[in-house]
Design a protein around this ligand. Structure first.
Ligand code: GZL
Ligand code: ZN
Length: 328
């Protein structure tokens, strides 16, 4: 899959390109975005669910971009983190005969059949956020983040921080089978190769605060103060773990260092408060790019198979500088 990195000027240029629907494509009736001369573009959006603060920000970004005034008629479905329900939602969009389908796939596998059905029905599919293992012949384009790079960035911080000091780590994994969980684990593991960081335990917390707390309670019962480091695949699970760490009478960010991914508001606040030590950003504001891709694909404009939005990362000091100006 050829890779286009969108950051800064390139991102804005891409935004302009895809949101205006380019010159000369349908929808030149002066309205911005997806409207065409024969009415709004109907889009079915199959969202994962509402498992985290990141997901809420992503849903808001998508609903804002796929608005009526932007020329879209959006049918939204949140699948409550249930892969079968999400595939059923996509099937319902196909039966509805929408113009295009957008999916944030809960898990990577199991998409071949329903994507083939969409292709047979002549309905283009755009992926946003997470990826699938299906052939990229089965979808028109994907826009999201480089999850493996996020894992590498988090692992490099851990390697620099702990280096050759024997360190016991526990991991709160994202949703089992999801691209971010797989790739963040892989990237982190590569980055800490050769260090003295040992993984005591690694379990899924399903990207949720509640499960992050429950799993961390289990880790604390099993390993107690032997735990030096927590790697959480997202802020929500880190925040749940902080509750468990404090309930156990330990100090998060001091007794147990924490590195996390997302950089949502609550996570950044915990970073400023010293309860988390480092956060790698994962930008949820993908709505405009996804809407532009739908418009472009329907207009027959050539698009790349993958658009990567750039991320950054934050120490406690950097978080304090930016927290008030962040968009999510
Ligand atoms: C990553 C996204 C993940 C976030 C979690 O792009 O799919 O899902 O890291 C969210 O917070 O639940
Ligand atoms: Zn365009």
């Amino acid at each position: 899959m050829n890779k286009k990195i969108l950051g800064g000027g390139a991102l804005l240029a891409a935004l302009a390109l895809v949101v205006t629907g380019c010159a000369g494509t349908s929808g030149d009736s002066g309205d911005s975005g997806g409207g065409t001369d024969d009415g709004p573009i109907s889009v079915g959006f199959a969202q994962t669910g509402s498992e985290s603060g990141w997901r809420s920000a992503n849903t808001e970004s998508m609903k804002t971009a796929f608005s009526e005034e932007n020329g879209f008629d959006l049918t939204f479905n949140a699948a409550d983190n249930d892969p079968a329900a999400q595939i059923a939602a996509v099937r319902s969009f196909i039966n509805q005969g929408v113009d295009a389908i957008v999916i944030a796939p809960i898990v990577e596998d199991g998409w071949d059949d329903v994507l083939q059905e969409a292709a047979d029905a002549g309905i283009p599919v755009i992926l946003e956020d997470r990826t699938v293992t299906s052939s990229d012949e089965l979808f028109a384009s994907w826009v999201g983040l480089d999850f493996k790079k996020e894992g590498v960035t988090a692992g490099e911080w851990a390697a620099e921080t702990f280096g050759d000091t024997p360190t016991n780590m526990v991991v709160l994994e994202g949703t089992t089978g999801s691209a971010p969980a797989n790739d963040r684990a892989e990237g982190f593991a590569e980055a800490i190769e050769g260090t003295a960081i040992t993984t005591l335990d690694s379990q899924t917390g399903n990207f949720t605060r509640a499960d992050g707390k429950t799993v961390m309670e289990g880790f604390l019962q099993k390993y107690g103060s032997d735990i030096d480091l927590l790697y959480a695949h997202n802020d929500d699970m880190a925040l749940g773990a902080i509750d468990a760490i404090e309930a156990a009478g330990l100090v998060p960010g001091v007794d147990i260092k924490i590195v996390s991914i997302d950089a949502v508001k609550d996570g950044m606040q915990a970073l400023v408060d010293g309860k988390i030590n480092y956060i790698v950003e994962c930008n949820p504001l993908l709505g405009e790019l996804a809407a532009g891709l739908v418009t472009d694909v329907l207009a027959g404009t050539d698009v790349d198979k993958a658009y990567y939005v750039e991320d950054q990362s934050f120490t406690q000091e950097q978080a304090a500088e930016v927290i008030d100006s962040r968009l999510y």
